[in-house]
Design a protein around this ligand. Sequence first.
Ligand code: IMP
Length: 186
Amino acid sequence: MTSKASAGKEALPAGIDRILIPAPRIAGRVEELGRQISEDYAGRDLLLIGVLKGSVVFLADLVRRITIPCSIDFISLSSYSGTTSSGVVQLLLDLQKNPEGRDLLLVEDVVDTGLTLSYLFQNLKTRRPKTLEVCAFLDKPSRRKTAVKPKYVGFQIPNEFVVGYGLDFNERYRNLPHVGVYKEPS
Ligand code: IMP
């Protein structure tokens, strides 16, 4: 990735307008979430379900901050192409094991309209988990079209298209350690 340096600004990767959440703030918040989840799920059968691919970086950090026994599985849905949602969601990869009777925590990168989460909720409910909750790294409440509400949220953000820390634009920028606002190169 190439960098641009402008007067008074730190060098940012091309396509990044500004940093919204710096890496140290993310680390602090993930630690808090891990502590909270460890308390809330103590003595239960916690299964973290990462929604591919955007949640991978968040999940990897979060699980290392969880101090109680837990397991991980993954699910994959069709996602955005570019910066706009088609609103159509399809299951591309299913869980490896039956989650019936377990305490499921869906780990999402960002809840935007909520359409993806609604689909996942309905789908997973039919498999009779003991409990089903959501932990979203980012939340854009102003864009919501459904009633879904994550139990845990890393950061609430304004209605901007963001990348980094697992989030992509056309499969790029997932490797950035911070969350940045994406800007189409002019
Ligand atoms: P929703 O169904 O509208 O809530 O969209 C959820 C999915 O859209 C997320 O899991 C992301 O994959 C993608 N998405 C939504 N907003 C952004 C963004 O700002 N950057 C990158 N991906 C996004």
